[in-house]
Write a protein that binds this ligand. Structure first.
Ligand code: SF4
Length: 313
């Protein structure tokens, strides 16, 4: 079978993940190293690093350790993790992505400002507001963000089902209060816009004002990573230009789920795999153009492995 195979140039590790993986490898040096949580949501890459000595641990294991070295991945961690490390004399190699770090700082600063307005009895348009985070509940990055405000934030997300979609967490938002909303860095920009618009409509209803006027009571922080946002638009064009799309990512990757759905909406002949073992010959016809793409956690070597496999079909 002759297939015309092309790897999407924009796919593969993002800068934050490249930095974390390179730092891990530089610190392995034949010795073992612990990573707090999976450094990347991709089993093939985790196995490659495991063979070099990188061991994934969870926070409960870290609490029982002392005098060792632990790497913090690109997603970042809540402040409690740093406290535990200090108390247990654990050296941290902090690979929190600078973009995530900046987001953590912005959330903390905003939260402190809100509390300050309350303490000062100020009555401005945005005083006494609440923090809303658009992200996947339980995701490491979201845990790190919520940790900046001692858990005092509502997490909201778009949940898809056969009947359409619903917005999780919306009932916990107090629309009479000003809203400060931030997004997890890897979320879908269109879904973020959707959620912000729904919140704005609810504010308008609660305050009896127009949708335009309700904009005064919601401060939307554009915190989706630029690299991710750029990938969304490029990937749609790439998926449309091919007969078949093979999307490669770990099943735990939240960015992978978002980007695969994007491919599928642009090209119904899109297939999600974790490795070459899941490829089905029946997906292809002779002469097809096949696009290979992946998430911010998919290593380039894995995309190349899939391309080589398809070239040999
Ligand atoms: S997606 Fe963007 S913000 Fe998130 S780790 Fe990668 S580079 Fe950093």
């Amino acid at each position: 079978m002759k297939l015309h195979v092309e790897i999407d140039k924009g796919s593969g590790f993002c800068n934050g993940v490249i930095r974390a993986v390179e730092t891990a490898e530089a610190n392995l040096n034949g010795n073992g190293l612990y990573s707090l949580g999976a450094i990347v949501h991709n089993n093939a890459e985790l196995e490659r690093l495991r063979q070099k000595g990188l061991e994934v641990i969870d926070i409960e294991s870290m609490k029982k350790m002392s005098g060792t070295t632990v790497l913090i991945r690109a997603h970042g961690e809540p402040p409690q993790t740093y406290t535990i490390a200090k108390e247990n004399n654990i050296k941290l190699i902090d690979c929190t992505c600078p973009v995530v770090l900046k987001l953590q700082e912005r959330i903390k600063k905003t939260y402190d400002q809100i509390n300050q307005t309350v303490a000062n009895g100020e009555d401005g348009e945005l005083s006494g507001g609440m923090i809303v985070i658009f992200g996947k509940e339980g995701h490491a990055e979201v845990n790190g963000l919520v940790g900046q405000v001692n858990g005092d934030a509502v997490i909201t997300d778009v949940i898809h089902s056969a009947d359409g979609y619903s917005i999780k967490g919306i009932s916990q938002i107090d629309f009479s209060r000003p809203i400060y909303i931030f997004s997890q860095t890897t979320k879908d920009p269109q879904e973020y816009e959707l959620v912000c618009n729904v919140i704005r409509e609810k504010i308008a209803q609660a305050k009896g004002c127009s949708f335009e006027e309700a904009g005064r009571y919601i401060k939307i922080h554009n915190t989706i990573c630029r690299q991710v946002a750029q990938r969304h638009s490029n990937l749609v064009e790439f998926a449309k230009s091919k007969s078949v799309i093979v999307f490669v990512s770990g099943k735990e990757s939240s960015n992978g789920k978002v980007l695969y759905e994007l491919c599928r909406s642009a090209n119904p002949h899109s297939y999600h795999i974790q490795g070459i073992g899941q490829i089905d010959r029946g997906w292809f016809n002779d002469g097809d153009s096949v696009g290979i793409c992946g998430a911010t956690s998919t290593p380039k070597w894995q995309l190349e492995e899939v391309a080589d496999f398809l070239a040999g079909l």
